[in-house]
Ligand binder design. Structure first.
Ligand code: ZN
Length: 313
């Protein structure tokens, strides 16, 4: 039999042992900054409850033209890890890192991905305006699920480096999430296969779907280049309206991060229908249809399939 004293001291020791790690976790979650909402979701998926993620460019935000705030600089200064897309997506980031004085580790999520070039036609239009060279690289690599898996692997490795004690958790979370991404890849391919080959083409306002086009074989044409920074030229818009008519492009899509006016004009003048609003460079907020990367990819392909199907309702 235990005497009362030893039971009590045993209990007390048990309480201390059980409570200390919880208190430590609550106080010392790894502070991570993600430059935009899609990266924020990846970090949450892999980091789970070991990380505290702050996203700079939030839901429906346009990271191409973001202006960092003083609060962003403070967040950066206290971060242990900063995750960026790279490929010139966040042109404002280098200066923010410098001005914040952060000592955080910087992880570029697209490391190892083969970048696509921006559309040549837009390059030429850009030259006419004097800023064609800035946007030669297409930064929207997340629009292919195979690339998203590279992002996740890079983020996993960065988290392990920044917080070695969490290695097992990060690896287990990443393995589970990568398997979910494989399933999404299969769903997208199956949906594309259901769209008649001659109708696998659409318009968006800015050129955000180059990696999607390459991976899944639906042609997206855009009057605006791979950044939202430069306006579409009247000539590019006119050319696309002619192309929509000549090639009978079934649908144009609005984007969550861009002004709908341009695409509405193309629809009106070409007779193509508006196929809905898809998510290019940012998630929706949690109550919307694209609150996570996986929800976004599923929502986009379901909107695309609905609009391009042979017999729209
Ligand atoms: Zn974009």
């Amino acid at each position: 039999m235990f005497n009362r004293r030893s039971v009590l001291s045993g209990l007390a020791a048990g309480l201390v042992a059980a409570s200390t790690p919880f208190a430590t976790i609550a106080q010392e979650k790894l502070p991570v900054v993600a430059s935009f909402s899609i990266l924020g979701d990846f970090v949450r998926q892999v980091g789970g409850d070991r990380v505290n993620v702050t996203t700079l460019v939030g839901p429906d935000g346009d990271a191409h033209v973001y202006s960092p705030t003083p609060a962003d600089a403070k967040t950066m200064a206290t971060a242990k890890l900063i995750v960026v897309n790279g490929l010139k997506f966040e042109g404002w980031m280098t200066r923010l890192i410098k001005s914040s004085g952060t000592k955080a580790m910087i992880a570029t999520a697209t490391t190892g991905i083969t970048p696509l070039k921006g559309d040549d036609d837009h390059g030429k239009a850009g030259h006419a305006h004097g800023h064609g060279h800035d946007h030669d690289i297409d930064p929207h690599a997340w629009q292919s699920v195979a690339n998203a898996k590279v992002y996740v692997a890079n983020i996993r490795d960065a988290l392990v480096k920044a917080d070695p004690a969490g290695k097992d958790a990060y690896e287990a979370n990443a393995t589970r999430y990568l398997a979910e991404l494989d399933a999404v890849e299969g769903e997208i391919r199956a949906a594309v296969a259901r769209i008649p080959a001659g109708r696998r083409k659409a318009i968006t306002s800015h050129d955000a779907f180059g990696y999607f086009v390459k991976a899944y074989g639906i042609a997206f044409i855009a009057p605006q280049g791979v950044s939202t920074e430069a306006e579409a030229s009247a000539r590019d818009v006119a050319r696309i309206i002619r192309q929509v008519k000549a090639e009978k492009v079934p649908a144009v899509f609005l984007e969550n991060v861009t002004n709908p006016r341009l695409v509405e004009q193309i629809a009106r003048e070409s007779g193509a229908k508006i196929g809905g609003r898809i998510y290019s460079d940012a998630l929706s907020d949690a109550s919307g249809p694209a609150g996570t990367y996986i929800a976004m990819m599923k929502y986009n392909i379901s909107e695309i399939e609905k609009a391009l199907a042979a017999n729209p309702a």
